[in-house]
Write a protein that binds this ligand. Structure first.
Ligand SMILES: [Zn+2]
Length: 444
């Protein structure tokens, strides 16, 4: 459920505030996340709930099912967001509960299992949780190497190759099509991202076909993406202008998008989740939805601006920049309300030298690498909550005492930090460290 972590956070802040105001109103519990971790014959299901939640369960046969009723819980959880790799679980879904205020979850099973349910007290590391352990009484012998290491949630980056199909974009003096350059760089960036554990790329297009600019931000919304990067090449009527630039959505366009979204009133309660049940009247609901949406849009724009600065800093090492600060404009592709979005002009295809450069594979690779480096830095700095990278950061020791046989490059690799950053954090010039030396491990 990394869908708009920011908005969720704001919702929970406002919810907490509201509940404390109207403490007599009993707030409904909310399921915030479900994770399934299969491990040979056992499968563990961890359910994050917003508050202490009572539950009861029973089993049904032919077909095998485990039915869990959560007391006083809303039914907004979307089971499609759960990643299921367990061979015991066929499907998870909602069903009509006995009490209108409860939520009933049905786990359709592939075979008869022994199930055990318990709840965990919240700790410093996590909130309220309900755990379900499913045990296979007759496990089929499976190859042990089948249990792949469990990856927690990836950071999702939507890569949007500008133009495509009947829309070639700009055309260079030598006849180079922008749509081909943008697709090539996008694919290079996709590869770098997917090679990095914890990051996942989603392409808006993977070939030469047309997608309307208005449909492109939907990819980000559907994927609950953490970032959208749209790749373009600039053009001008004269051949002189050259260099790259990075664009974010203008405040004016963001505001009008906000208005348009709020018109769809059912979104208010969707956005507010369980808070809507407490608020209970439409005007107040709209007011809160507006406040939350505003905050979430502002935060998205702030993140877009932040990542843009990082992109400019890296791109500068590869190409000259036409604009040295992030620019803002009203681009349709940047309007996904809950995803930080940037548009990168990699250079002017109308400039003969830059057209030549863009036709050079190694140069495109350098551009893709600079985008990758800055995106990686951005997320290492501020990994979205609940992702593998945020867990890594939280678990990472801040200091390391050098033991015999350890070198700086070995430690950089082990902690997955940049060697230069490790040097910088410790004021070390070369590679020499001494046994017993205490090093500071930077967060990225
Ligand atoms: Zn373009």
């Amino acid at each position: 459920m990394n869908k708009n972590v920011v908005a969720c956070k704001v919702v929970s802040i406002i919810l907490a505030f509201f509940v404390s105001l109207a403490s007599y109103a009993q707030a409904q519990s909310n399921i915030t996340d479900i994770r399934i971790s299969p491990n040979n014959e056992n499968t563990r299901i961890v359910i994050d709930v917003s508050q202490q939640t009572a539950y009861s369960f029973f089993t049904l046969q032919s077909p095998e099912r485990l039915v869990v009723d959560f007391k006083n819980t809303n039914r907004e959880f979307n089971f499609k967001t759960v990643d299921n790799t367990s061979n015991l679980i066929k499907k998870m879904r909602h069903s009509r509960p006995k009490l209108a205020t409860d939520m009933r979850m049905v786990i359709e099973l592939n075979k008869e299992v022994n199930s055990e349910l318990f709840s965990l007290e919240p700790s410093a590391d996590f909130g309220h949780r309900i755990v379900i352990d499913l045990k296979d009484p007759n496990p089929i012998a499976v190859a042990t190497n089948k249990a792949a290491p469990k990856r927690d949630k990836d950071i999702v980056i939507v890569i949007d190759a500008g133009h495509g199909g009947v829309d070639p974009g700009s055309i260079g003096p030598q006849g180079t099509y922008e749509k081909n350059i943008t697709l090539s760089i996008s694919k290079m960036l996709e590869k770098r991202i997917n090679d990095e554990p914890g990051l996942r790329a989603v392409m808006t297009r993977t070939g030469d076909y047309y997608i309307s600019p208005n449909d492109r931000p939907d990819f980000a919304t559907k994927e609950s993406a953490d970032l959208l990067v749209s790749i373009h090449a600039d053009a001008y009527s004269s051949p002189q202008p050259r260099g790259g630039s990075v664009w974010v959505l203008s405040k004016g366009r963001a505001d009008s998008e906000l208005g348009r979204l709020l018109e769809r009133t059912e979104r208010n309660s969707e956005l507010l989740g369980s808070a809507a049940n407490v608020i209970g009247d439409r005007d107040t609901e709209r007011y809160f939805a507006e406040t939350i949406f505003n905050m979430s849009m502002d935060l998205s724009r702030a993140s877009s601006y932040d990542v843009s600065n990082k992109v400019i800093k890296e791109m500068k090492k590869v190409t000259r920049m036409h604009k040295k600060t992030p620019q803002s404009a009203s681009f349709a592709v940047l309007t996904a309300p809950e995803t930080p979005s940037i548009l990168v002009e990699v250079g002017f295809i109308s400039n003969p030298q830059e057209e030549k450069n863009l036709n050079w594979r190694a140069y495109r690779q350098q551009l893709a690498d600079s985008l990758f480096k800055s995106i990686k830095l951005f997320f290492r700095n501020a990994p979205p909550e609940g992702t593998l990278w945020s867990i890594e950061r939280d678990n990472q020791p801040k200091q390391h005492k050098v033991k015999s046989g350890e070198s700086l490059s070995l430690l950089a690799k082990r902690y997955n930090v940049d060697l230069d950053r490790l040097r910088e954090a410790n004021g070390i010039k070369g590679d020499l460290v001494r046994i017993g030396q205490v090093l500071t491990i930077p967060a990225y």
